[in-house]
Design a protein around this ligand. Structure first.
Ligand SMILES: [Ca+2]
Ligand SMILES: [Ca+2]
Ligand SMILES: [Ca+2]
Length: 442
């Protein structure tokens, strides 16, 4: 008879061993971008580890049930207040201008699909953005923002914004825009936006942007921003103009872009831009992202007028390149330097375009579709047969986990690309762990 003490000891032992043997690692091929509200199984919770629900509000809260009150409180609540927006669809009559420092606007249920802020349409020229941040330490969470004139979220030179568990779709210009200054209200001008976070969100167009001016996020003069654990779909223009989904430029620095999934975007991740000059981006890391393109595409990771970067352990399967395109990642112009390491892709990596000084370590550029779990579903986790890349990398100090947030390495060595392969979970991993029970029954 197994008593409670035995069970608690057994589970304690499993918990102790699992970080070593990986027995509770999620099976390869599970949902790539878990929602913070997805499921309650143990595996779902482990998968969602990088995206836990926000903790309960601290400080005063105000429940919001109509759009006029939301706009009013965003400018009049006391600093530190949380505006809890009740479930529903809110037809905004103007942008929500947040001018109160340390204000949080969040959906009341934690499910971003329950609270929809609708701007009425793209490029209707009625009220610019869905939400404009004009204060420091503003958090937006658990919301859907859609049908905006210009931007879903406009950050204007203010610091430490947190954009978390949002669904942003179908806005006329960039879905998220980070401006260097505060053009709409009085305030610090031109000092940029520092220490922002965009995480655990989904950003997309239903088809394409309405015209050629868009990005998923475009950030000017932004410093130490983190963009992680987001899903980006169809960030593209009607005329296939170059428009990176994730673009940091205009003097931005030390951007971290990790564990994002990009599907059918025309371009992917860019530090700097060819339309600018020397010093467009400094430092930064792009790691553990998965990029899949079946619609026509340009190159998907580009470091342009950018120096001091690391692009490591990204997976890019690119199936519909524009005519003449033979490369999927590039460093460009003579002021660009950095390292591409252990990326996995099926197209070339151009290290020295226009005199750039990129270096390459251990990249694999002949990826095959059958190395991945489910290409048609954009699931680029590795299968057991991907032996050409499993355990074929060397550890990098800047890459200690993978796309799933699971620790590297599993097995003998890190794997090339964004996924660290772990065998599918089966009970046999723990049912046959050796252990001795010397418990004296009383
Ligand atoms: Ca600032
Ligand atoms: Ca490995
Ligand atoms: Ca993994």
């Amino acid at each position: 008879m197994i008593n409670q003490h035995f069970l608690s000891r057994l589970f304690a032992l499993i918990a102790l061993l699992c970080p070593v043997v990986g027995c509770l690692s999620a099976p390869s091929g599970t949902a790539a971008m878990p929602s913070p509200t997805a499921g309650t199984t143990a595996v779902a919770q482990l998968n969602a580890a990088p995206c836990p629900p926000l903790p309960p509000p601290v400080g005063p809260t105000i429940t919001i049930a109509n759009e006029a009150d939301l706009r009013h409180q965003a400018q009049n609540a006391a600093p530190g207040t949380t505006l809890l927006v009740a479930p529903g669809t809110y037809s905004l009559q103007d942008a929500v201008y947040v001018t109160v420092n340390n204000l949080t606007i969040r959906g009341a249920t934690g499910n971003r699909g329950d609270v929809i802020l609708d701007g009425g349409g793209m490029l209707t020229w009625t009220h610019t953005h869905i939400i404009a941040i004009l204060a420091d330490d503003v958090t937006l969470a658990d919301l859907t923002l859609r049908n905006g004139d210009e931007h879903g979220v406009s950050v204007n030179g203010r610091d430490r914004p947190v954009l978390y568990n949002l669904h942003i779709l179908d806005t006329g210009y960039q879905l998220v825009k980070v401006n260097p200054a505060t053009p709409l209200k009085a305030g610090p001008v031109g000092d940029g936006s520092d220490d922002g976070l965009l995480a655990c969100s989904r950003l997309e167009y239903t088809t394409t942007s309405p015209e050629d001016y868009t990005n998923g996020i475009s950030a000017h003069n932004a410093h130490r921003w983190t963009v992680r654990d987001n899903e980006w779909r169809r960030i593209r223009t009607p005329n296939q103009v170059p428009a990176p989904a994730i673009l940091f430029w205009s003097g931005s620095s030390d951007t971290l872009v990790e564990r994002n999934l990009l599907v059918d975007c025309y371009q992917g991740i860019a530090f700097g831009n060819a339309s600018h000059g020397v010093g467009d981006h400094t430092g930064g890391i792009v790691r553990n992202n998965m990029i899949y393109a079946s619609l026509p595409h340009d190159s998907v990771i580009e470091m342009v007028h950018a120096s001091g970067w690391l692009v490591a352990h990204n997976t890019a399967l690119l199936l519909n390149p524009d005519s003449g395109l033979t490369w999927g990642m590039e460093a460009r112009f003579s002021d660009s330097s950095g390292t591409f390491a252990y990326n996995l892709t099926n197209m070339d990596i151009w290290l020295d375009r226009d005199g750039a000084g990129g270096s390459g370590i251990g990249n694999v550029t002949h990826a095959q579709s059958d190395w991945f779990v489910d290409v048609a579903a954009a699931d680029l986790h590795l299968v057991a047969g991907a032996t050409a890349v499993i355990d074929q990398a060397a550890p990098l100090p800047d890459v200690s986990d993978d796309f799933d947030g699971s620790p590297r390495p599993y097995g003998l060595a890190p794997d090339v690309g964004a996924d660290e392969y772990t065998p599918p979970f089966t009970p046999s991993h723990f049912l046959y762990l050796p252990m001795t029970i010397s418990e004296r029954r009383t």
